[in-house]
Design a protein around this ligand. Structure first.
Ligand code: URA
Length: 204
């Protein structure tokens, strides 16, 4: 199989590894945001709106994420937002283990080249994929773990998926608190989004 590699903007430009996804996607939905971002959010896979617009987290979940970022003093453009799987699965089903595996090289390269202070996994699928174990997201949300993704050493903060707050409003406070914690840990929480450059992850 051809070697996976991203372009200068950390984008996959062509991939046909997953026949079902090649069939269901309109386009590859690559990560967005600075290629030197300190804070990276990783979701599961694009949904219908993301597939249409070619950008991760631009549907209802994206609005929840944008609001929480704003509440934490950050703009969407301050952070990188990407997914484990870059193509929309049919009928919004979860990506299969094989699809996650097929796309892993892209995410690993993206994270290795970004070398961020902190990676925030949004929901169960990305948390389990990057930690390589079963994760109880509601219990572990807000906890920091060290892991390895390909060649990248990653400091990871487990977070609820923003969609969880749409189904259960009681999850909203926990979600927003974890996003504020992410901004703080990455040294970006000075209220104007510019950051004080002081990561607090030395504490770990
Ligand atoms: N949910 C995800 O996990 N990723 C997206 O890009 C959108 C919704």
């Amino acid at each position: 199989m051809a070697e996976q590699s991203l372009d200068a903007d950390l984008c996959a430009t062509d991939c046909e590894r997953c026949p079902a996804l090649v069939e269901s996607r309109s386009r590859i939905v690559n990560g967005v945001g600075p290629t030197d971002a300190d804070l990276v959010f990783v979701g599961e896979a694009p949904g219908a709106t993301e597939d249409e617009e070619g950008e991760p987290f631009v549907g209802r979940s994206g609005s929840v994420l944008d609001d929480a970022l704003r509440d934490a003093g950050l703009a969407r453009s301050d952070v990188r937002i990407t997914n484990c799987v870059k193509c929309r699965p049919p009928d919004n089903r979860d990506p299969t283990a094989e699809e996650l595996d097929n796309c892993r090289g892209y995410l690993a390269e993206e994270l290795a080249r970004l070398d961020p202070e902190l990676v925030v996994t949004l929901g169960k699928v990305p948390s389990q994929h990057l930690l390589g174990r079963s994760v109880a997201v509601t219990k572990e949300a807000g906890e920091v773990f060290d892991t390895r993704v390909g060649d990248a050493n990653v400091r990871l903060l487990v977070c609820l998926h923003p969609a969880a707050t749409l189904y259960d409003r009681s999850q909203a406070d926990a979600f927003e608190e974890t996003i504020r914690r992410a901004a703080d840990l990455a040294g970006l929480a000075d209220g104007d989004g510019s950051g004080n450059g002081q990561s607090r992850l030395g504490d770990y």
